[in-house]
Design a protein. Structure first.
Ligand SMILES: [Zn+2]
Length: 378
């Protein structure tokens, strides 16, 4: 019931506006009577607990007394939050038509109306208003329209909008969205040329490099796979779990395993436990078992991780035949524990999963889901 007091604000504002127009006393008097009558009816319904009809009457006052934009906007937002979208739409449409709105207020009302339409599932109507705003250089409309095109999977529309209005783009998350739009369009048309456009954007995105490396790897073009994935792992080392085994395989196919080992050495400081495990495997391949165990033990003392502990158990089991069975049993338990933990987590909303999603199913942000870190992570 408290939020219904908001309804009094626009009415009071409308009342004040009308009373202030002393040079049109008769008109003001007539309007005043009209408002008072509607207002009384609205209040009566509210007092009789017939809230729907009460609200209808108070909304009707908008047409007579639309003066205080902020109050009506607050009222509409309240309706939207309550899920009463028809009322929110009605208020925003009335506001948008009102001649007294300045450009900023009109743009804000249009944006709110588009949000109402999106919530109501009227996506065409929302798109129309958002496109209008983008064309009028309102960067606030970028996020909702990019979300809308993500939802409808209209990648081309998003790309065309970006190419026509690239000067409006400044936020990293918008560039990430467009980079992924290029990826989606490229995968649909099987055209890596479109994917490469994503790399030429001002802001580095993760997925284009990943997909280009993956595409090259699938074609057994190991030189290109290394080219893209090496750049990716150097810039975004924490994404290594997605492709490090295939990257190692690419080096191996070209008889360049020593270069892979050198790369791991470069990444040790900024990489997580997975890079350390790969480094240990490299030491083992070179016959330096004791060195590998010492390296891993020292690393775990500094930064304990379950995956590192599991790998250490496997190393020790190979070294100690007499307690191998016990160590294997413990490792089995540890591995089962790891399997229950999510492999990926959204850095924006905390959503967790066992697979990578390039757009978070929960918060709809692009490239915010990353391999898990910390004690249970990579
Ligand atoms: Zn999220």
């Amino acid at each position: 019931m408290i939020e219904l007091l908001f309804l009094l604000l626009p009415v009071a504002a409308g009342y004040g506006w009308i009373m202030g127009k002393n040079n049109a006393k008769n008109q003001a008097h007539q309007l005043n009577r009209q408002i008072t009558s509607e207002y009384s009816k609205g209040l009566k319904f509210l007092l009789d607990r017939e809230e729907d009809q009460g609200l209808e009457h108070l909304i009707n006052l908008l047409e007579v007394a639309a003066d205080s934009v902020e109050h009506y906007s607050t009222l509409a937002t309240m309706f939207r939050r309550r899920g009463e979208l028809d009322r929110a739409i009605k208020i925003h449409e009335l506001l948008l038509k009102h001649p007294s709105l300045n450009e900023q207020q009109a743009a804000a009302s249009r944006l709110e109306l588009a949000e109402d339409y999106i919530m109501a599932g009227l996506l065409d109507g929302a798109e129309e208003h958002l496109v209008w705003l983008v064309k009028a250089n309102h960067s606030d409309a970028l996020e909702p329209i990019l979300n809308l095109y993500s939802q409808t999977r209209e990648w081309e529309k998003g790309i065309n909008m970006f190419e026509a209005h690239s000067d409006l783009f400044s936020k990293p998350q918008h560039f990430k969205a467009i980079a992924n739009f290029y990826c989606e369009a490229a995968l649909l048309s099987n055209d890596p040329q479109i994917m490469r456009k994503a790399i030429s954007l001002n802001h580095k995105a993760i997925r284009p490099l990943y997909e280009l490396g993956k595409s090259a790897f699938a074609k057994e073009d190991y030189v290109k796979a290394i080219y893209y994935w090496r750049e990716l792992i150097c810039s975004f080392t924490f994404f290594a779990p997605l492709f490090i085994d295939d990257l190692a395989h690419s080096y191996e196919q070209l008889n360049l395993t020593h270069q892979f080992h050198e790369l791991l050495l470069q990444l040790l400081d900024k990489g997580g436990v997975l890079i350390k495990i790969k480094h240990c495997q490299a030491l083992l391949e070179q016959g330096h078992t004791e060195q590998a165990i010492k390296f891993l033990t020292d690393s775990l003392k500094r930064q304990p991780t379950i995956r590192g502990f599991s790998f250490l158990l496997q190393l020790l089991a190979k070294q100690n035949n007499d307690i191998k069975d016990v160590l294997d049993q413990i490792d089995k338990l540890v591995t089962s524990y790891i399997a229950t933990k999510p492999d990926f987590q959204c850095q924006h909303c905390g959503f967790t999963s066992h697979t990578i999603y390039w757009v978070c199913p929960s918060c709809k942000h692009w490239e915010t889901i990353v391999p898990s870190r910390g004690l249970d992570g990579f």
